[in-house]
Design a protein around this ligand. Structure first.
Ligand code: NAD
Length: 325
């Protein structure tokens, strides 16, 4: 049983909501903070303290961290490739959240600070081949991350490092690789590939128009981590002695075409594929090297993509139906 008091920033979002669910089940005292109105949060619990705050403001950050021992910072203005390629300034402004939260945490004598970084910090020249060599933590330097979003994450990682070195704040940084699962964005332009593909397959099945549009040529490769693995890894990294940014991702590499095939199999259909070669598609290949996390934690994400996709598909299917579509 945990007696810790924690704040989850970005708690109205996909991973933040799942983290709150897990922490509260573990009987931590949880404060949940997000910019969005409470009715728009993916998961909301009445037995935790829910606050709507704009964490770009310093005073909001001070309010968020007051009286807590641990800060989980998952708040960011973000989305899938379609969003981050077209909203670079908005993505970079999340630096205000990290800056003020770190400053407030240090001033309030918070014990531990977690920052959700991203595989988008990795240098572009390490991700040109489809048949990618998994990314090791050291591959972030020399720096040439994803423009906008990736630079903000890399800069914020460095801030965490220097707050630890200069002020003694214990900081932990995980580089998430594509996270998917229920209770996340599945339409509207910020959704990521697994949710977008589930939605498109559901639309095709529902309308009887058995065609699907795929961004890029479908040969780009990725790994996808189910949200339960992400939450477990986040908590283990927070509790660990790992001082450097570390990969938190699956190393089950698939092409986008294979991802589509898996979702088709779940739905029991085969669709005609159309490839939009002008759509944002990100790097050609990306995978997580898990040697470090295995070494430090004796653990790595292991939920099979097929199993996680079945749950994700079922949840998006329910949302789609609930909208009367
Ligand atoms: P999400 O968009 O569902 O959640 C982020 C939340 O932050 C949103 O609810 C948003 O309202 C909130 N937020 C944005 N600006 C805010 C502000 N000014 N004040 C307070 N709250 C604010 O995204 P997610 O997928 O849950 O991602 C969580 C974290 O993990 C983010 O930092 C993201 O960059 C990182 N990450 C996610 C993935 C992924 O695949 N989902 C991959 C790499 C890194």
């Amino acid at each position: 049983m945990s007696e810790r008091s924690v704040v989850v920033c970005g708690a109205g979002g996909f991973i933040g909501g799942a983290l709150v669910a897990d922490l509260r089940a573990d009987r931590a005292r949880v404060r949940a903070v997000d910019l969005k109105p409470l009715e728009e949060w993916y998961q909301r619990f009445d037995d935790v303290e829910n606050l709507q705050l704009d964490l770009r403001d310093k005073s909001a950050c001070e309010q968020a961290v007051a009286g807590v021992e641990e800060v989980y910072n998952l708040a960011a203005d973000m989305g899938g490739m379609g969003f981050i390629e077209n909203n670079k300034a908005a993505c970079m402004l999340s630096v205000l959240i990290n800056t003020h939260l770190l400053g407030a945490a240090q001033a309030a004598d918070v014990s531990h600070f977690f920052f959700a970084s991203s595989a988008c910090v990795y240098a572009a020249d390490k991700q040109v081949d489809h048949d990618v060599v998994p990314l090791k933590e050291e591959d972030a330097y020399p720096a040439m991350p994803e423009d906008g979003y990736g630079w903000e994450k890399l800069f914020s990682e460095r801030m965490c490092r220097h707050f630890a070195e200069d002020y003694g704040l214990v900081t932990r940084v995980a580089r998430y690789h594509n996270v998917y699962g229920p209770h996340g964005t599945w339409d509207g332009g910020r959704e990521k590939a697994p949710a977008a593909i589930c939605r498109k397959v559901i639309e095709a099945v529902t309308t009887g128009d058995h065609r699907i549009e795929i961004w890029g040529d479908g040969h780009q490769t990725r790994s996808f981590m189910y949200v339960d693995d992400c939450v477990l890894g986040t908590r283990r990294i927070m509790e660990s002695e790992i001082e450097e940014p570390i990969n938190l991702g699956s190393d089950q590499l698939v092409t986008i075409n294979q991802l589509v095939s898996m979702v088709e199999q779940i739905a029991g259909v085969t669709l005609e594929r159309r490839y939009d070669l002008d759509a944002p598609k990100g790097v050609n290949g990306r995978n997580s090297d898990n040697a470090q996390i295995r070494k430090h934690l004796g653990w790595e994400p292991s939920i099979r993509l097929q199993d996680g996709l079945e749950k994700t598909y079922a949840w998006i299917h329910d949302q789609y139906r609930a909208r009367g579509q």
